[in-house]
Design a protein around this ligand. Structure first.
Ligand SMILES: Nc1ncnc2c1ncn2[C@@H]1O[C@H](COP(=O)(O)OP(=O)(O)O)[C@@H](O)[C@H]1O
Ligand SMILES: [Mg+2]
Length: 158
């Protein structure tokens, strides 16, 4: 892990689904009102799976469908409302303005798949998680963001 006064970045291996679940729980533990988590990676990398793990750790019991077509789903959680976005189908960042991202961050937090499609609408202080497929069961997670996210120690072994 490297840190400076503002940022940290780390790379961890997620050997199986359970490890992805534990990463989700750690992100959930550190999640505060106003936070955005940018979930990056190719189709099938595990973005929705990680979003589900975060929501599960926040005591969301209902099923969490991929918001591929609805673009956004809102969940009441143990902490605050969390909106789960999938911006894959967004063609221009201005379409984000209709999806209530500002309100989401005023009221709670946002988990954002395909954040690349948000352009400069993406908050600067996002926690970024880039997932890369290593093999059918394992993933690499490159995590970066504001230094305070290093506190829940995202880089400890999973
Ligand atoms: N370690 C892992 N972490 C996340 N997903 C995994 C892992 N191993 C296998 N998978 C599988 O990979 C698929 C990821 O799909 P999904 O989360 O929908 O990806 P994305 O949202 O990035 O397109 C799921 O079928 C999941 O069960
Ligand atoms: Mg997805």
């Amino acid at each position: 892990m490297t840190t400076d006064s503002q940022r940290f970045m780390t790379r961890i291996t997620l050997p199986d689904l359970a490890a992805t679940g534990r990463l989700g729980a750690r992100i959930a533990a550190g999640l505060r009102k106003g936070d955005a988590v940018a979930l990056e990676g190719d189709l099938g990398a595990g973005k929705t799976t990680l979003a589900r793990a975060i929501l599960k750790a926040l005591a969301v019991e209902e099923s969490v469908p991929s918001p591929t077509f609805t673009l956004v789903q809102t969940y009441e959680t143990a902490k605050f409302p969390v909106r789960h976005y999938d911006l894959y189908r967004i063609e221009h960042p201005r379409e984000i303005d209709e999806l209530g991202l500002d309100e989401a961050l005023d009221e709670g937090a946002a988990l954002i798949e395909w954040p690349e499609h948000a352009g400069d609408r993406l908050p600067e202080d996002c926690l970024h998680v880039l997932l890369t497929t290593i093999d059918p069961h394992s993933r690499r997670a490159d995590i970066s963001g504001p230094a305070r996210w290093a506190l829940p120690d995202l880089s400890r072994d999973l």
